[in-house]
Design a protein around this ligand. Structure first.
Ligand SMILES: C[S@@+](CC[C@H](N)C(=O)[O-])C[C@H]1O[C@@H](n2cnc3c(N)ncnc32)[C@H](O)[C@@H]1O
Length: 439
């Protein structure tokens, strides 16, 4: 790729995602400059996040139901997204770039039409056009109708609409400081590099970088003093901390975010890390090298058939593969890659992982189950169905925590599980601790 501009790459990757749906890629290494990398992420994620709205915005401005070439449609979407959502980019720059892109993508003949549509939108915006007032809620917020309906059934209309709105908000990059003694060094480095950041509103030792540019190259990250960790996972691990003890197995450990937090508790006797994916285990190894934690072993095996005798571990964590609907803020592609049919494709695997976890758990030990899903079938229902299958197992109650009282609010009183929904400061997360009677 010769002379790739940021927008050229955005369109290139967007077209790839359209032909082969998958997760939104990180900026390619060819983009070296921090600002360009950050712009790449904002634009590509924006296109994916608002795809349905952008499609409708094009449709209502096209004469007759004209079918556009894919690259023409993508260039138009990018222009419309910038005009609607990127206040800091001057409109004339967006228009100029759209014209330039039509040349680069060899659709020069469409240049006048692209220019015309963008100019028309600009005029309408100047006259007070508000897409929020024009489109239905699900089109403006760009959610598949079936997903919104699903959330309405589970959470009621008001909460479901809020979930869509919060799921569209980019939350910044969340960094957790592992060692409180390094706080001054880390924050001094952030100040020297003029990073815009703030402490997380609720989580101690967590910092939110506004656009995340450049932190990977900081000494703080390279030395393993900070890691990127989702705030919802941290909250869950704060909630689950009292349950970790003795010999611990993290069954679905990669890339190792929760393993790092288990190690940081400093109270377990040994820690075994497992994952089925060799490729993802490499990411555990990178994290371990960077942060210097030393697990007892790292295994690559199928969590449905673990190479351990029964009654082997005091604590077993199953951070299960799931629909990940609690992470749409960071992974907007889930809205389009999942379908009503495939959303719950991991149910049987989750069930098997739980059954296998129960087999290797010592009597009196704790089986901890978690997902980043908002779907009750993967959460409460999965745990309840486990309890119905296994006599002698029960939900463990967490001792209330006077130091961090919010955790009590997120514990469901009747069933004693942990649940937070996607909000302004974190994504959605579910977890439960299960124990069995002494044999
Ligand atoms: C939600 S992610 C785990 C995130 C990780 N616990 C963390 O905090 O960084 C789920 C993981 O389950 C792994 N996985 C999927 N199927 C599995 C199986 N049958 N056995 C073990 N691990 C599996 C995936 O490779 C993926 O790494």
């Amino acid at each position: 790729m010769k002379d790739p501009s940021t927008r050229f790459l955005v369109i290139h990757f967007f077209l790839e995602l359209k032909s082969k749906p998958g997760s939104t890629p990180k900026p390619p290494s060819i983009l070296g400059d921090f600002r360009e990398r950050s712009l790449f992420t904002q634009l590509l994620q924006g296109l994916v996040r608002y795809d349905r709205l952008l499609e409708e915005e094009i449709k209502r401005r096209l004469l007759r139901n004209k079918k556009l070439q894919k690259s023409v449609s993508a260039i138009l979407k990018l222009g419309i997204f910038e005009l609607l959502f990127m206040e800091k980019i001057p409109a004339r720059a967006s228009l100029h770039q759209a014209g330039w892109l039509s040349e680069r993508f060899r659709v020069k003949a469409a240049k006048p039409m692209i220019n015309g549509i963008l100019r028309k939108l600009l005029e309408e915006l100047d006259q007070g056009y508000d897409p929020k007032m024009t489109h239905s809620f699900e089109i403006y917020h760009s959610f598949p109708s079936w997903m919104l309906e699903r959330w309405k059934t589970q959470y009621g209309e008001h909460q479901a609409l809020e979930l869509c709105q919060f799921s569209n908000q980019f939350q910044g990059v969340h960094l957790l400081l592992h060692d409180p003694e390094k706080q001054n060094l880390v924050l001094n480095e952030f100040s020297d590099l003029s990073f815009a950041y703030e402490p997380h509103a609720v989580i101690p030792r967590m910092f939110v970088l506004h656009d995340g540019k450049g932190f990977i190259k900081t000494k703080a990250f390279q030395k393993g003093w900070i890691s990127v960790i989702d705030p919802s996972s941290v909250l869950f691990m704060l909630w689950a901390a009292p349950f970790f003890q003795g010999k611990v197995l993290d069954v679905c450990a990669a890339p190792g975010g929760k393993s790092l937090m288990i190690a940081a508790l400093g109270k377990v006797d040994s820690l075994y890390l497992n994952d089925v994916s060799r490729h993802r285990i490499k990411r555990i190894q990178e994290n371990i090298q960077r942060t210097g934690i030393s697990p007892s072993a790292i295994l690559q095996s199928d969590g449905e058939k673990l190479p351990f005798d029964k009654h082997h571990f005091d604590t077993v964590l199953i951070d299960a593969p799931c629909s990940s609907t609690g992470t749409i803020q960071k992974n907007p592609d889930i809205k389009w890659t999942a379908s009503e049919k495939t959303l719950l494709k991991h149910l049987e695997l989750q069930r098997q992982l739980l059954d296998e976890g129960a087999r290797i758990l010592k009597p009196g030990g704790t089986l901890i189950y978690s997902t980043c899903s908002l779907e009750e079938e993967e959460n409460q229902n999965q745990v309840e169905s486990f309890l119905a299958r296994h006599t002698g197992f029960f939900m463990k109650k967490r001792p209330s925590d006077s130091a961090f009282f919010e955790l009590d609010d997120w514990t469901n009183e009747d069933h004693s599980f942990f649940q937070i929904l996607t909000g302004s400061k974190w994504g959605g997360f579910f977890g439960a601790a299960i124990s069995c009677d002494h044999a």
